[in-house]
Each structure stands twice: as C-alpha cells, then as structure tokens.
Design a protein around this ligand. Structure first.
Ligand SMILES: Nc1ncnc2c1ncn2[C@@H]1O[C@H](COP(=O)(O)OP(=O)(O)OP(=O)(O)O)[C@@H](O)[C@H]1O
Length: 211
C-alpha cells in the first residue's frame, strides 16, 4: 500500500458546531437535542441501535435532510458550505457499476475538485492495485467498499462523514481503513463515523443517539 501522507492536504482551522438537533421522519420523532462540535484532528464515533437515526444525522450534515429543529454551522472555512467541505461514504456506495474503478474515481475527482492522489495511487492505498480496469459491477462487496473509500483520497475535503465504513471489509482492509483515518486526522481533518463496532481510533469520542 502506498503512503499518501506526502500528498495529504493540511487543512486550515475549522469547526462544525451542531446544536440541539432534532430529526423527524415519517411523522415520528427519531432523536432530539443532539449537539456536538467537531474540529481539526477530531473523530466522533456515532453509535446507537438500528433505527436510532445515525444515517439521518449524517444526511443532515450533508444537506440531504432538513432538521426538524436545531442548527448545523461550519466555521473557519470562509464561504465554503459544509456540503462542499465534507466527503460522504454512505450506505450506498454511489459507484457506477458499468464504469471501471479508475473511471469512477476520475469521475469523483472531476466532480469534487481539490485533486490530491491520482485514481491509481488511491486504489493502491486501499489495496486494490489490480482492479482499476474492471467494471465495478464485477467487484466483490468488500472491493466495492474499498473503491468507495478510495474516493476519499482523490479529492481533499477536511470532513469525512462515514456511514459504517468498515461494512464488508476483511481484517486487513479494516486495518487499512484505520490507517487512512489516522492519516486524515494527522493532516488536520475530522471524521464522524456511524458504527456498530469499535472505530479503531483511540482518541475518538463516542456520540450515542437514541434510547
Ligand atoms: N425516507 C424515510 N421516511 C420515513 N422514515 C424513514 C425514512 N428513512 C429512514 N426512516 C426512519 O428513520 C429512522 C432512522 O433511520 P436511520 O437509517 O437514520 O437509522 P440508523 O441509526 O442509521 O440505523 P441502522 O443502524 O439500522 O443503520 C428509522 O426508524 C427509519 O425507519
């Protein structure tokens, strides 16, 4: 696996401030009064039982779901909105099955801007140096997840929002993911990750939502 630390961005000081956030879906209150702050070098492990609202909270941070109440503010990055400061690796990987892994990553790079690693470097970093030419539809679940994670590396964004990022990953790939998260934190990035297991980042704070 290649070391991307030399190409990692150094992110300027920033903070995401979430205050008194409530979520209602399908007419039902999912959570209320959630608040936290996330800044440079910080990781939050978002936990809670199935249906507690973890994916919904991430969707709110991405601007895909409107909060019932509360505020989400990004400070320190000038006019950049949170939607452009954050990378999302969600439940659905968002990859196009007919395109190769390399093409998917090039597409993501063009879309997201802020190019850092090349698609080839990113695939090597996630332990997939040989699958770049295959349509993503041919890849295993764990390989697809690795390609989705490689998207984090082809465009520099300070905030990573990860929804169960270790899903489908084998033990080696879980260690790779922890390494990528550590490099991102060391570069001054921040991570909020919904997880049902340990995140593998010692300094991560836990934010538990729901009952
Ligand atoms: N589009 C929707 N319309 C109505 N209710 C929804 C919708 N999407 C999700 N919900 C409900 O919102 C609640 C929270 O769902 P969410 O996916 O955020 O939970 P989660 O904590 O991520 O769960 P899991 O651990 O199972 O992934 C659930 O009760 C779910 O059924």
């Amino acid at each position: 696996m290649s070391d991307l630390s030399e190409s990692s961005a150094r992110f300027p000081p920033f903070g995401v401030d979430v205050t008194d956030l409530s979520c209602r879906r399908g007419g039902r209150m999912i959570f209320e009064g959630v608040g936290f702050r996330l800044g440079n070098g910080e990781a939050v492990a978002l936990t809670g039982r199935n249906g507690a609202g973890k994916s919904s909270l991430i969707a709110m941070l991405c601007g895909r779901l409107r909060p019932e109440a509360g505020t989400i503010r990004l400070e320190g990055l000038g006019e950049t909105p949170l939607t452009e400061a954050a990378h999302l690796v969600g439940h659905r990987d968002g990859l196009k099955s007919a395109l190769t892994a390399t093409e998917n990553l090039r597409f993501a790079q063009d879309l997201l801007g802020g190019a850092t690693a090349t698609p080839e470097q990113a695939l090597e970093a996630v332990g997939l140096p040989h699958v770049g030419v295959l349509p993503v539809g041919y890849l295993s679940a764990g390989q697809r997840r690795r390609v989705a994670l490689a998207r984090l590396l082809v465009a520099a964004r300070p905030i990573w929002l990860l929804d169960e990022p270790a899903a489908a990953l084998d033990v080696n790939a879980q260690a790779m993911l922890i390494g990528l998260m550590q490099e991102h934190l060391a570069a001054g990035g921040a991570i909020l990750a919904a997880t049902h297991g340990p995140l593998g980042i010692d300094a991560a704070r836990e934010l538990r939502i729901g009952p």
